[in-house]
Design a protein around this ligand. Structure first.
Ligand code: FAD
Length: 432
């Protein structure tokens, strides 16, 4: 009998626990350790920030669902992982032991790396549901007292889709409120060009997103490094492709929402052999840590090298499709280890993304993530807005039902006419 613990009950961890419960017999125990009792659907946060969703619509209480599916739950959260002892110290100073651990702790938000940055200082955030609810109050205030706005992401960020989404959704909200003419919007990004997305662009994301920006009168600054942020002014250095300073800006803002760089959470950060210098979990192609082979990792917490070189660092986005594929691979590999076999499942690290603009949007698929690609597709239209709502409803239904069915296989890819994008590869080679 094995005890498998999943650390983190976000998008990756919850699906992971359901997968394990489905595949493992009742003699094995599946436990989840999370910060808090609820799951919240992070991709809905841009809608929460403009008042199109409330907490109730995007949050799910996990305790009754886990109880129904025989998943043990520790909502106290982890203080520290002790991998050599195969145990986790919880925030209430108790310990739990594991045979296999899946780390799915998502990101810690590195607001402290820039002076004046973050929801406790001079900018808003949509990274967490509580941030998005706070941003909603600031959006209402912006509508009452219109003024200049900055939206985007800072150096080292990896999650650009939601920054574009929020810029376009905010534009729609301000147009609907008939105040857009008094709100100059500037998109600030470390990407070398609009639509790079941390992926070197996908299909024509450069053309599609630049065109959308022009249509909506959104200015942009690329290769931007945010130096510091004051309550009504942010200091930005724009670099040329050579790395020389091209321009400096003192950008006025009455409202700003910039996505931060991510790093690993404190409970795992700095464990020799487990994490890289930013606290992301090191894994091989089977989602397994080489130093501690009973530990697997999935989701935003895993270490993935950047796609190509950029003047200002940008990371690679880790999106839902990729995360579900990581969970499926980790589940197969843990089940095989329990049966005395070697891991052989490899996640397909594809980027599949729907970016909603409030009344339209863009969709893209990059397979594999790193160019040149077999699938390098992007498209735009009103249908993306509907598809994103379908994604939200389906995923929340899946979390509420406790089912491990992979969303993308059954809905998104067929809707996009791509039914042969295989989720998992099985490899007989055991090299990493
Ligand atoms: C604003 C935003 C919008 C996004 N939109 C999309 C989208 O539209 N489509 C898409 O595919 N992807 C999107 N993503 C990217 C990605 O899919 C999400 O970030 C996703 O939630 C990541 O899943 P995860 O499981 O890795 O981390 P998370 O969902 O962040 O979950 C991490 C969990 O770990 C828990 N945790 C952390 N530390 C501890 C600890 N010490 N002890 C116990 N528990 C802990 C947290 O409480 C949390 O429940 C978006 C990301 C952001 C930030």
């Amino acid at each position: 009998m094995a005890h498998i613990v999943v650390l983190g009950a976000g998008l990756g961890g919850t699906v992971m626990a359901y997968e394990l419960r489905k595949e493992l017999g009742a003699e094995h125990t599946v436990s989840v350790v999370n910060n808090g009792t609820s799951y919240s659907f992070v991709p809905s946060n841009p809608w929460v920030a403009v008042g199109w969703r409330d907490r109730k619509a995007v949050e799910v209480e996990l305790e009754p669902i886990f109880a129904r599916h025989r998943i043990e739950f520790y909502p106290e959260g982890a203080k520290r992982l002790h991998p050599s002892e195969r145990r986790i110290e919880l925030n209430n100073d108790t310990f739990i032991n594991y045979d296999y651990l899946v780390i799915a702790t998502g990101p810690e938000f590195a607001f402290d790396e820039i002076q004046g940055f973050g929801p406790d200082a001079n900018t808003q955030s949509i990274c967490h549901l509580d941030h998005a609810l706070k941003a909603k109050t600031a959006v209402q205030e912006l509508i009452r007292k219109p003024g200049p706005v900055a939206v985007g992401a800072v150096q080292g960020a990896s999650c650009f889709g939601p920054a574009y989404e929020f810029a376009f959704i905010l534009d729609k909200v301000l147009r609907d409120a008939k105040v857009r003419d008094r709100v100059p919007i500037t998109f600030v990004t470390p990407e070398p060009y609009i639509g790079h997305l941390g992926l070197g662009g996908v299909g024509d994301t450069k053309g599609l997103l630049e065109s959308e920006m022009r249509q909506r009168h959104i200015q942009w600054i690329c290769n931007a490094k945010v130096d510091s942020i004051e309550p009504e002014r942010m200091h930005i250095t724009e670099l040329a492709d050579s790395g020389a300073v091209e321009n400096t800006y003192e950008l006025p803002h009455v409202f700003a929402m910039l996505l931060p760089a991510f790093r690993g959470v404190v409970a795992v950060h700095g464990i020799d052999g487990l994490t890289n210098p930013r606290g992301f979990i090191l894994i091989d192609k089977h989602q397994r840590n080489p130093r501690f082979p009973d530990i697997f990792a999935i989701g935003v917490c895993v270490a993935i090298p950047p796609v190509g070189k950029t003047v200002i660092p940008v990371g690679v986005p880790k999106t839902g499709f990729m995360i579900e594929s990581m969970a499926a691979a980790a589940c197969v590999n843990i089940c095989r280890l329990i049966e005395g076999k070697q891991p052989n499942a490899v996640a397909s690290w594809n980027a599949v993304c729907l970016a909603d603009f409030g009344d339209s949007g863009i969709a893209f698929i990059a397979q594999p993530q790193i160019p040149p690609r077999n699938v390098n597709w992007s498209s735009s239209g009103r249908w993306v807005h509907g598809a994103k709502m379908g994604f939200e409803k389906y995923f929340l239904h899946k979390i509420r039902s406790g089912k491990a069915e992979p969303f993308y296989e059954h809905f998104a890819l067929q809707m996009l006419g791509i039914d042969k994008l295989k989720e998992l590869e099985i490899s007989d080679s055991l090299d990493t």
